[in-house]
Write a protein that binds this ligand. Sequence first.
Ligand code: SAH
Length: 290
Amino acid sequence: MCLAAASASPARCCLSPSSSAVLPRRFLRGLLGGPAAAPARPSPSPPTTTPLLRRCIPFHRMAQYWTQASLDKNKALVDYLKQYGAVRTDKVAEVMETIDRALFVPEGAPYIDSPMPIGFNATISAPHMHATCLELLKDHLQPGMHALDVGSGSGYLTACFAMMVGPEGRAVGIEHIPEIVASAIENVQKSAAAPLLKDGSLSFHVADGRLGFPDDAPYDAIHVGAAAPEIPQHLLDQLKPGGRMVIPVGTYFQDLQVVDKNADGSISIRNDASVRYVPLTSRSAQLQDP
Ligand code: SAH
């Protein structure tokens, strides 16, 4: 069974080169250093700080985590996502440029718009899905807010959430495979979000995400990175009035649902896109041979 995570169409399964989610060949060649049209490149001089970065971490402390070459490629990916329409705001572009995707992809091509395997029948979601979820949640990821990332996998999106809510906020990643949690922590330690992990505003926990994480509830933003057969009640209970959850719901056919808890506690739900995620399930079911 195919367990690709997070592509915005049921047809976009695993690493299919025919997926409409992957980059056009012209752009791929640019990213991979081929002769074709190179995407817009950042200035060769040291990157300038951005408002988001200034709020959280001084640039001289972040520079140690990156090389200019990977920064260039990561920025080219974000530029592509802007053209594609998945990245629509400066805020989301800024955080995706700050967290280098390559640090979260153990093997494969990190700057291609496709999910990539991270082991244990799981994948890091495709960049366009990360961008889509960040855009949907950005107003609920203001400095000081609380965010929960269920099925945190590689830790990429949890790190983005942590950068957005900042040191006064909370970003919590829940993942039920201990080895994946250990990798996520190692990934984040190499990234621009490392200081937030150190100060405790960003944390990862091994647990069944269907139960949420009551310690830091209620949450302004909840993201679920695996498809649930139905919206777990514990997650609804832990969503703050005025808060938003983004969750893929379904089995084979899945919808990315946007769940808003209104001020009076009532719930509004709309479907954003057809998607294909790994299932939100038990550890034993996930680890069964595909
Ligand atoms: N946003 C993540 C997605 C990872 S794939 C990323 O881009 O890296 C989905 C993850 O959900 C997998 O790592 C899987 O192990 C995890 N998962 C599935 N069911 C779960 C459950 N019940 N509790 C916690 N994590 C779960």
